[in-house]
Design a protein around this ligand. Structure first.
Ligand SMILES: [Zn+2]
Length: 69
């Protein structure tokens, strides 16, 4: 079970940092993921992409309530 966005769809997830960063760097995935930072989810253990401003210590609980991304 992977993390879900606030609209109920599954979040994009990756097995490695390299895969996540490659996806974020692909022009066809801009502007949604451009500038996003790869990080390991504390919930599912896989890599996700999130806005840098969300990556503070409390992000795990806040990001699931976010309306963007
Ligand atoms: Zn996850």
């Amino acid at each position: 079970m992977h993390c879900l966005r606030s609209n109920g769809t599954e979040r994009k997830w990756f097995r490695t940092r390299e895969a996540a960063e490659k996806f974020a760097a692909d022009p066809k995935n801009h502007p949604v993921y451009l500038g996003d930072v790869a990080h390991v989810s504390g919930k599912c253990g896989f890599w996700h992409l999130s806005r840098p401003e969300r990556l503070f210590p409390e992000w795990e609980t806040l990001e699931e309530n976010a309306t963007v991304n």
